[in-house]
Design a protein around this ligand. Structure first.
Ligand SMILES: NC(=O)c1ccc[n+]([C@@H]2O[C@H](COP(=O)([O-])OP(=O)(O)OC[C@H]3O[C@@H](n4cnc5c(N)ncnc54)[C@H](O)[C@@H]3O)[C@@H](O)[C@H]2O)c1
Ligand SMILES: [Fe+2]
Length: 389
């Protein structure tokens, strides 16, 4: 067995109704919170509810609801100036990955100065160092997808160059995450499907990642199991709190998995589409996922066989090769069941964009490319892009 490391410093409070604990949690980190909250969630009444819980514990909230999907780094920098001026002691991110990542990046800039873009991982600049003074982060997810509540990542967009990149640092693991599945009930079917598929992609990509380890594999397989069984139910009946709970937990587990072994080629190829076209994250991953898996399963039949078994235990009597092939069929079936039928063309991608996209992949997502189980270079990535339009 090779060496590995387990690191999960996040306190997760999971369960229906646990949002009420946000005041008691925040009290442990100071007296004033920068509350980065998704505008839909704020207006649904949850904003007032959270302010009430905070007030009860004498924590003041500076409400910031200018959350943009695929958060632009310059908006984040403005938000950080506000948080700094107002002397906030902590950040609370309430919403999907965009709200939580905005909160994380604000915590970074308030604590370490400069611009949030200075901290993203890219091969074309020197990545700035985070200081110990990074503000404490509390995460409250309202989508069940990104797993940002359990990760050391914050994904930002640079609107000037239309590219997306990620801050990767253990200092941005949330101190506490409150995962209350009730908050996800308001998601419409299409959003449930695309965010839920993002979670499944995290579980599968971390599992097949060449850097996976026993802990990431363990949690990834459980996440795959839960999502295969419960995501279709959460899509067709959003009020089904049992299905919502299983999907929310699976998304958090998949976050744990990608924090130990990152994502691979689907994320490397999907994320640049969000940067160029402001397309929804989960959709861009779904657009290329099956094609990339078809191309890749041959590289590790055992792992793809285990994925098939996690998705549907009735395959257990098949041979390893048959199971591995079956994993592709099961993925196609799941996408059909959740009615998620997208291609890169759906988001406006054209063939002439491909060379630029490949360039972004190799500059901003090299780590994911290098960790993919089947080795790919410029030409293969270019071909896969063309096939997914
Ligand atoms: N930090 C990480 O570890 C990590 C991992 C994967 C992806 N990401 C990033 O997260 C972002 C995507 O996050 P996302 O997919 O959660 O979407 P999002 O946060 O961009 O939100 C998408 C939409 O859903 C709405 N919404 C949120 N919660 C809702 C609810 N309960 N009911 C109804 N509508 C709701 C929002 O108002 C918004 O319109 C991307 O930028 C992606 O790159 C981060
Ligand atoms: Fe993702």
């Amino acid at each position: 067995m090779s060496s590995f490391q387990v690191r999960f410093p996040v306190q997760v409070i999971f369960g229906k109704g646990e949002l009420r604990r946000v005041g008691e949690v925040a009290k442990g980190f100071g007296k004033k919170a920068f509350l980065a909250i998704d505008p839909f969630i704020k207006n649904s009444g949850v904003g007032e509810e959270i302010k009430g819980y905070l007030k009860r514990e004498q924590v003041e909230a500076l409400v910031y609801d200018e959350i943009r999907p695929n958060p632009p780094y310059d908006k984040v920098d403005e938000a950080a100036s506000l948080a700094k001026e107002e002397g906030c002691d902590m950040v609370i991110g309430v919403g999907g990955g965009s709200a939580i990542d905005t909160a994380k990046a604000v915590a970074v800039v308030v604590g370490s100065g400069g611009s949030s873009w200075d901290y993203v991982q890219r091969t074309d600049h020197q990545v700035a160092q985070l200081k110990e003074t990074t503000l404490p982060i509390i995460a409250v997810p309202t989508t069940a997808g990104t797993g940002s509540e359990a990760t050391l990542y914050a994904v930002l967009t640079n609107p000037k160059i239309k590219e997306k990149s990620t801050i990767i640092n253990p200092r941005i693991f949330p101190k506490v995450s409150i995962v209350d599945p009730e908050l996800t009930v308001s998601m419409p079917p299409a959003l449930t499907a695309s965010t839920g598929f993002d979670a499944l992609s995290h579980a599968i990509e971390s599992y097949i990642n060449v850097n996976s380890n026993p802990i990431s594999e363990l949690v990834a397989l459980d996440s795959i199991k839960l999502l295969s069984r419960y995501l279709p139910g959460a899509v067709t009946n959003g009020e089904n709190i049992e299905a919502r709970s299983k999907v929310a937990w699976a998304a958090t587990l998949a976050g744990v998995a990608i924090s130990h072994a990152g994502t691979v080629l689907p994320h490397a190829m999907g994320q640049p589409i969000s940067g160029l076209y402001d397309a929804p994250h989960g959709g861009t991953i779904a657009a290329c996922f099956v094609r990339i898996m078809e191309y890749s399963f041959i590289s590790n039949l055992e792992k793809f066989a285990a994925i098939a078994e996690a998705m549907d235990e009735s395959v257990s009597t098949l041979s390893v090769r048959q199971k591995a092939e079956k994993s592709i069929e099961l993925l196609k079936r799941l996408l059909k069941d959740i009615n998620l039928n997208v291609s890169f063309g759906t988001y406006g991608v054209q063939r002439e964009d491909v060379p630029k996209l490949v360039d972004i992949v190799l500059k901003g997502f090299k780590q994911d490319v290098d960790a993919h189980p089947r080795k790919v270079g410029k030409e293969e990535i270019e071909k896969l892009y063309c096939e997914c339009i």
